[in-house]
Design a protein around this ligand. Structure first.
Ligand code: GAL
Length: 495
């Protein structure tokens, strides 16, 4: 409840023009657009998620808005949940009332994933050439060398029906003429890994086959194809598999958790280790039990290329930093660098915050269109080193920079440790250029006495030596990133 309240308040000013086809358009906490393009209707999948679906497929539905709570001033055209949310139990034979307790693989997913995903760039308009273009750009743009590894295919990759004989999901031959296995082979040949998407419901959000009740056959299919990463969504959940209220803390036996645990167990039975992402939109207190089920879990509804999305997801995430560990990552959703009208400063904040809060970083744009400034952001060696530190996993956490500093939402000052030392990150949340000051004594791990070398992680250069405090001038919505080193005076040897 608490999280929901904060989410709504934080998002109150978030208004975007219009949702895209298949995009989110409502749900608890959603404050993006609630309108869909002509020919598409905003359809409530469940209380947390409404989505723009083709009007023809939902034309028989009546218009209600009780399931979602949009807080924009835009008129909502939300319709009732699709009938699949109340699928009869007779279609669910094979789903156990409890799930095996096997956990996710420890062979993968120790560090937050670095990669790319089709959704924010292309929505449902995907095909083999776009996926392979991204994979090749990982190599040609130096992203592979920087550590980017996963090339992930989101919703809309399959045919609408399973193979009637084998029961397997069938890749859409028009979009993927080589099948997913053919694409996987080409991605693997580049030294990269491949991810795919499915859903812990009867259908994906865009209406393609979901895996609920078919976990074993789907996990085996993904294994045969060489899949390394699975994003597992939360649409079209039958009524008897939904939680009627938010489950209590640490409820790994809630209906939501069990749906995901079914797939954890199915993946564990395969030979190939799979990094498992729970796309559960921050519901069911997933941060409490996610580590027992997957390697990362979404903390919210869908990202948008807006400053208000960036600040709101940071506000949510800082309440759950204790969930972050090796093999255990709060997912702030896929990157929007290169999309919308984010300023370059906002894009720096986007990347820095995802790095210092150890979220998976999955790029979500047409990589060929990135400018050199954008590439410099996503390839920044020092931020990536903080994000991918294999010794110290703890994220940076908010601190009070001086006794008189005002509180902001989200917090502006963060400090954390990496293998290299102590870091300070400062977000300018105000809409104008501002000077931000912190006392060294207020940073955990620094004594506050003597001289400190302040090193700029963005430029890779030392700025200088300072005592007591440090001030920096930051553009609106920009983030500074520093490594702070104590400089002990060298004593002359005694004679
Ligand atoms: C949403 C999910 C998005 C995207 C979309 C595909 O539920 O949050 O990231 O995967 O489904 O339909």
């Amino acid at each position: 409840m608490f999280c929901t309240t904060v989410f709504v308040l934080t998002f109150a000013s978030y208004v975007v023009a219009q949702s895209t086809p298949w995009g989110q358009c409502g749900g608890t906490g959603w404050t993006g657009s609630t309108t869909c393009p002509t020919g598409w209707a905003c359809t409530a999948m469940n209380p947390y998620y409404s989505q723009c679906l083709q009007a023809t497929s939902s034309s028989s539905l009546s218009t209600v808005s009780s399931l979602s709570s949009p807080v924009t001033s835009e008129p909502a055209t939300t319709t009732a949940p699709r009938s699949s949310t109340s699928t009869s139990t007779s279609t669910l034979t094979g789903i156990a009332g409890t799930a095996p307790t096997v956990g996710p693989s420890k062979k993968v997913g120790k560090l937050p994933a670095l990669g790319w995903n089709t959704w924010n760039a292309y929505g449902c308009d995907i095909d083999e050439s776009k996926v392979l273009a991204a994979a090749n750009q990982f190599v040609s743009l130096g992203l592979k060398d920087a550590g980017y590894e996963y090339v992930n295919i989101d919703d809309c990759w399959s045919e609408m029906s399973r193979d009637p004989t084998t029961g397997r999901i069938v890749p859409d031959p028009a979009k993927f003429p080589d099948g997913i296995s053919g694409v996987a082979m080409q991605v693997h040949n580049l030294g990269l890994k491949i991810g795919v998407y499915s859903d812990a419901g009867t259908a994906t959000c865009a209406g393609f086959p979901g895996s609920l009740g078919n976990e074993n056959i789907d996990a085996a299919t993904f294994n045969d194809w060489g899949i390394d990463y699975l994003k597992y969504d939360n649409c079209n959940v039958p009524g008897n598999w939904s939680d009627s209220a938010t489950p209590p803390d640490n409820d790994c036996n809630s209906n939501s958790a069990i749906r995901y645990r079914q797939m954890t167990a199915a993946l564990a039975a395969q030979s190939r280790p799979v990094q498992f992402n729970l796309c559960i939109w921050g519901t069911a207190n997933v941060w409490d039990w996610g580590v027992r089920v997957g390697h990362s879990w979404r903390m919210s509804g869908d990202a948008g290329p807006t400053w208000s999305y960036i600040t709101s997801i940071i506000s949510i995430n800082v309440q759950h930093l204790s969930s972050i560990d090796f093999f255990s990552h709060n997912d702030m959703d896929m990157m929007e660098i290169g999309n919308g009208a984010l300023t370059i400063q906002e894009q720096r904040t986007h990347f820095a915050a995802w790095s210092f809060l150890k979220s998976p970083i999955l790029l979500g744009t047409d990589l060929s269109k990135l400018s050199s400034d954008q590439l410099a952001i996503i390839k920044n060696k020092e931020l990536l080193a903080f994000h991918q530190d294999s010794v110290i996993v703890t994220p940076a956490a908010p601190f009070t920079p001086s006794p008189s500093a005002p509180a902001t939402n989200p917090p502006e000052f963060y400090a954390g440790e990496s293998s290299k030392g102590i870091h300070v990150f400062i977000i300018n949340t105000s809409n104008t250029t501002a000077t931000k000051t912190f006392n060294f004594a207020n940073v955990e791990g620094l004594s506050g006495r003597g001289l400190f070398t302040v090193h700029d992680m963005w430029t890779g250069k030392d700025i200088g030596k300072f005592s007591r405090s440090y001030s920096t001038r930051l553009d609106a919505h920009d983030t500074a990133a520093f490594l702070i080193e104590s400089t002990k005076k060298k004593r002359s040897p005694r004679t």
